[in-house]
Design a protein around this ligand. Structure first.
Ligand code: MN
Length: 289
């Protein structure tokens, strides 16, 4: 099932994709919630109820007539791991970045979340705007102290992430958080592909294209710390909640490591594709006054 958050005619709802249409879940079944976090909180029974709706007898909207929003517009957490692909860790090391053996975690502030086709702001205070193609994980149930073996059971599904980064702000301090958290710098989507439809999240081919040119191309099987290890490590520290987002790392090919370095400009189109999941595409615009 591909789950979306969408807006049409000023009304926001959640739905599931059926061909070129969206099944409006709460309009079809008033027992279903109106937001993605509430749907995930409601658990597997609610997801099954949504799954079993026959599109032929449901309230639907043409995909072309709806605006797709971030599938989870308001996560309680947006965590991201750094330097989790070997070739990317090597290119970071060449730039003078310390790469520890431990998992490197930082926050993207949840206020940076934006839609799969929404514009991304070129900050007023920097021209070192960069991209990072990543597979995103959406947590499906409240959990703590999850072992790597149990980790698949707490995942609702997967989506595409561009971990947009402002490199001078990122490098200025060790925490990275400010350089990762500018408004609009967390495009996600276009939908959540539920975990039952992703037989192996460590075998997905992904790529980043800038204005149609491939800049990153890798397989999620190349992660240093796999998704199960990431969830085990994070949940040692904190309770994970339904709708929490985890960005699982980016492969090599980021602009900051190119020679010469390559920065995004107003008008550039960044597109992240993950086979079996979908794609997001975001144009760079000047930060509004
Ligand atoms: Mn990243």
């Amino acid at each position: 099932m591909r789950l979306v958050t969408f807006t049409r005619g000023g009304r926001r709802a959640i739905g599931k994709i059926a061909g070129d249409r969206i099944v409006d879940l709460p309009a079809t079944d008033p027992a279903l919630p109106r937001t993605m976090r509430e749907l995930l909180q409601a658990g597997p029974a609610a997801l099954d109820r949504a799954r079993q709706i026959d599109p032929g007898s449901a309230v639907t909207v043409a995909l072309a007539e709806a605006k797709l929003e971030a599938p989870v517009p308001d996560p309680s957490k947006f965590l991201a791991i750094g330097m989790n692909y070997r070739k990317h860790a090597e290119e970071a090391r060449a730039l003078g970045v310390q790469v520890p053996d431990a998992q490197v975690w930082f926050n993207k502030q949840v206020s940076c979340v934006t839609g799969p086709y929404d514009p991304v702001h070129m900050p007023r205070v920097s021209d070192m705007l960069d991209y990072e193609a990543e597979l995103g994980v959406v947590i499906g149930r409240r959990c703590r102290h999850v072992s790597a073996e149990q980790a698949p059971s707490v995942i609702a599904g997967y989506l595409v992430v561009n971990d947009v980064s402002v490199r001078d702000w990122q490098a200025r301090t060790p925490t990275m958080t400010l350089g990762k958290s500018f408004d609009t710098h967390g495009p996600i989507g276009p939908w959540i592909v539920t975990a039952d439809e992703v037989p192996d999240p460590h075998a997905l081919q992904m790529r980043m294209l800038v204005n149609g040119e491939v800049r990153q191309e890798a397989n999620t099987g190349e992660m240093i710390h796999d998704i199960w290890q990431q969830i085990a490590y994070l949940s040692t520290v904190m309770t994970l909640e339904p709708g929490d987002l985890i960005a699982t790392g980016t492969p090599s090919g980021v602009g900051v490591a190119m020679k010469p370095q390559s920065w995004r400009r107003v008008g550039d189109v960044m597109r992240v594709e993950i086979d079996g999941i979908g794609h997001i595409e975001n144009v760079v615009v000047a930060e509004p006054a």
